[in-house]
Every structure is written in C-alpha cells, then in structure tokens.
Design a protein around this ligand. Structure first.
Ligand SMILES: Nc1ncnc2c1ncn2[C@@H]1O[C@H](COP(=O)(O)OP(=O)(O)OP(=O)(O)O)[C@@H](O)[C@H]1O
Ligand SMILES: [Mg+2]
Length: 452
C-alpha cells in the first residue's frame, strides 16, 4: 500500500524529529513544518489526509491552523497535541473538528499510531461518501437525495452499501417520502446501471392486466392479443425491476411473483416456453406489510423473499432541519426552472413550514414550494405565498355557488389524489371506496396527474 501522507506541525524541532523518525518506519510519508504559516503553505502542495498539530505555537496557533486546514480540505483528520493538563484546549480543538487529541510529551507511540490509522480510515470513509454523492448527482442530476438529518444520512449510507449488491430491497415509508427516488438511486449506483430500470405500479392495474403486463403474452393468448408482447419481467432482464406499491398486488398474483423470484424463470401468457431471467428486484410500499401478513392480506413467504434488506424512509416531520433545507433547495430548483429571481424563505414563512404536519411529506413540500415560487411577488418566500398551509380549507359560505354532486365528487377525488401523490391504493382507502371504483371514476371524470 502507498504510504499515507502526513502533515506534522510542531515548533519544537526535537519533537518533530522523534515523531517523524518513528512514523516514517510505519507506513507514513512525513511532511513537517515548524510554524502554522509554513504548514499552510506546504499543505496546498501535499494535501495530506491526516495531520498532527501542536496546539501551542508562536504566531498562528494550532487552533487557528486546524480551522484553516479544514477550510482547504474539509476531509482532513487532525490529531492535536496539547500540553498536559490543558483540557480546555483539547475540548476547543474537538469542537472545531479535530479528530482526536494526545497530551504532550507523546510517550505512548503505539497509541499515536492507532489514532493515526483510525484518522486515515475516517478520511477514506468521508471521501468515499462524498464521491458517492457526486457520482449520484452525475448519473442522476435531477434526483439528488437532499437532507443531512441523521435519519437521512443513515438511508444514504445504506444505499451506498446495498446498491452494488444483488440483494432484494424493500423500501418502506409513507406517501411522498422518496421511495421511488431511493429505488432509482439504488439502480443508478449498481453494476446494472447501464441496463434498464423497469418500474411497474402494482396499484395501477386491475388483476388480469397486471399479470399480462408483468409476464407478457403470445399472440392469441386471449381475445385482443393480436401481437405477442414482452412483459416487464423480460424488459428488466439484466437490469432492475421496481415493483411499486407491492402491497396492492392481489394474492393470486403474489403467488405467481413468488414463483418467479424462486425460479428466476417466466413463461409468457399463452406459452410454455420458459425464459430465464437475470433481474434484481426492488419493491416499495407505504403500507405495513407485516401487519398485512398477520391479517392474511399479504403472503408471508413473499414478504420474507422481498424483505431481505429494508430501507425505511422517515416522515418529513421527523427529519428536523431537513425540512427547511429541502424547502430552500426546492426554491432554488423552481426559481432556476422558471427563470425567476427568488431565493430563500423569510422567517415567518419558515415558521409556518415548520409548524405544518406534512401528511404528503416531501412531495407535498415540493408542490407547495413550486406553487409559491410561481406566485410570489417578493424575493424571498413569505407567509403570503403559503396561504394554503396557514389557513384551513375555506369554510362553506352561505352564498356559495351551487354545483352538481358529480362536480363536488370530481373535485374531492382530485384533491385527494393530489394530496397523496396519485397513490390509488391509499386514496381509495381514504375515500372509503374500492380501488377499481376509484379507477373508473378517474376515467369517468378524465382526471390525470397534470390536469388542473
Ligand atoms: N430527500 C429528497 N431530496 C430531494 N427530493 C426528494 C427527496 N425525497 C423526495 N423527493 C421528491 O419528492 C417527490 C416524491 O418522491 P417519491 O415519488 O420518490 O416518493 P414516494 O415515497 O415514492 O411516494 P408515493 O408513496 O406517493 O409513491 C419526488 O419529486 C422526489 O424527487
Ligand atoms: Mg412512489
């Protein structure tokens, strides 16, 4: 392995010699400096991943050097040396992002070595994480996963670990939390990225259609099958199949899916010829599948097949500071998109955003910000641009125009669909009607995702 570059800064020449003599024999390539100023100049050329910095030096002290080094390279891991008994200095250094500290004189060189190795590995991790994020932004520019809350960082870490594997992934989380975004990231970061990601929304098709969509069919397999058609399984061969809203899959189809997962083979409808498949499965749901298993509405064996690795997305409400961070990102995104000079959110607007409960999660936030950016007359979004959130639905007034029941029903369904991001299963449940009824009403009223 190539030696790890190490910056060593101490004003005492003897200390520098002692440490560099020891570390040079243990896989480090040492660059030393006697002052903070000298160290900074040197650093621009060497860009070492780790550094040892004495806190007490004439001129620029260690604390300031630490800060300046981290400005040049945010991933640098610095171990500071403090005088015996100066705990405050050590604490101050840790607060400013030092990786660890040791008290002088450094007698236990093995301890130093252990700390340096940890620091070097921490640096590699931080850089790898950054590369992952950049790579994601590159392959998938419009779909960066925003957020820095611990919960989302954990999700991102899991994505980078799981993406290169073949394992089946189940993505859970309520409506609008970013399940599809995660599924796409998993595919984009996998060795299958060059192949297709084929998605199918299991709630969008009545049972028989779902089967022919998935499996495809031969000519004449049923009335209307005038030509043979490849199903989504086949289309995803070599790539990834994303089974969205898997909980809505009828039980009989669940059995068929399970068989495919076990055999990795399918037959088109109307054919006995087996087609071998190489697909990776990612499934998503906003339901509690475990509960559905207990209620007999979802097959247990299929549940275990799918649930090899779970990525659970927390509701937006539980992501702390991410809420405003996401809001700001969306302001930028839509301002750029429509070429309008809007930047940021004022304090009142931020308060309103923070106090709302966000049942539609990130999608709802994105929609609300988009609308606000279009409507606003100010540079920063203000509470006037967020009226939909602060005031409850308009109360019916006495002189309200009388419309037909069908008109009210149409509006009500449209509202529900928009709110829940066109999740048919959830909408049907909320409205207290069957999925198929909802589907036929959508057709009847000619509702579609983008119609206003
Ligand atoms: N962390 C995030 N960063 C940036 N955009 C996000 C994030 N999470 C979600 N979004 C955006 O919010 C919208 C909804 O996300 P997505 O469609 O992935 O949610 P979902 O969980 O699949 O929702 P549903 O359950 O309704 O299908 C998308 O436009 C997506 O790009
Ligand atoms: Mg989705």
């Amino acid at each position: 392995m190539a030696p790890t570059r190490l910056l060593l800064v101490d004003d005492e020449a003897r200390q520098r010699e002692l440490l560099s003599g020891f570390l040079a024999k243990r896989g480090f390539s040492i660059f030393s400096a006697g002052t903070g100023e000298e160290a900074l100049e040197l650093y621009h050329d060497i860009f070492a991943p780790v550094a040892i910095v004495d806190m007490k030096m004439p001129g620029m002290d260690g604390l300031e050097l630490l800060t300046r080094l981290r400005e040049v390279n945010p991933f640098i891991q610095v171990i500071v040396l403090t005088a015996f008994g100066s705990v405050e200095t050590a604490v101050a250094a840790m607060k400013r992002g030092a990786f660890d500290y040791l008290t002088k004189p450094v007698e236990n060189l093995d301890e130093l070595l252990v700390k340096l190795e940890k620091a070097a590995s921490q640096n590699r991790l931080a850089v790898a994480n950054e590369v992952m994020t950049e790579r994601l932004a590159e392959v998938f520019p419009t779909s960066e996963i925003f957020g820095e809350s611990p919960a989302i960082m954990k999700v991102k870490e899991l994505i980078s670990v799981v993406a290169p594997e073949e394992a089946t992934v189940l993505i859970t989380g309520s409506s609008g939390t970013g399940k599809e975004l995660v599924a796409r990231a998993l595919h984009a970061l996998s060795p299958r990225a060059e192949q297709n990601l084929v998605a199918i929304n299991c709630a969008a098709f009545p049972e028989t259609l779902l089967e022919s969509e998935l499996f495809g069919y031969e000519r004449g397999a049923f009335t209307g099958a005038e030509k043979a058609k490849q199903g989504r399984f086949e289309l995803a061969d070599g790539g990834t199949l994303f089974l969205d809203e898997i909980a809505e899959m009828p039980l009989t189809m669940q059995v068929k899916l399970l068989r495919v997962l076990e055999d990795r083979k399918i037959e088109r409808l109307g054919s006995v010829k087996q087609i071998a498949l190489d697909i990776r499965i990612i499934a998503a749901t906003n339901r509690d599948l475990k509960k559905m298993v207990a209620e007999g509405r979802f097959r247990e064996d299929l549940y275990y097949r799918l649930n090899v690795i779970t990525i659970d997305l927390p509701p937006l409400k539980d992501r702390g500071g991410d809420l405003l961070l996401l809001a700001e990102k969306f302001v930028d995104k839509f301002a750029r998109k429509i070429g309008k000079e809007v930047s940021g959110i004022d304090n009142d607007a931020a308060r309103i955003l923070n106090s709302y409960h966000w049942p539609g999660n990130v999608r709802e936030l994105e929609n609300i910000i988009e609308r606000a950016v279009v409507l606003t007359r100010t540079r920063a979004l203000s509470q006037h641009d967020l009226t939909g959130l602060s005031s409850p639905e308009k109360a019916p007034s006495a002189d309200r125009e009388i419309t037909t029941i069908a008109e009210v029903e149409k509006e009500h369904i449209r509202h529900c669909l928009d709110q829940l991001g066109w999740n048919i299963g959830m909408c049907a449940e909320r409205l207290g009607i069957h999925r198929n009824t909802l589907r036929s009403k959508i057709r009847e009223y000619q509702l579609s995702r983008d119609s206003q």
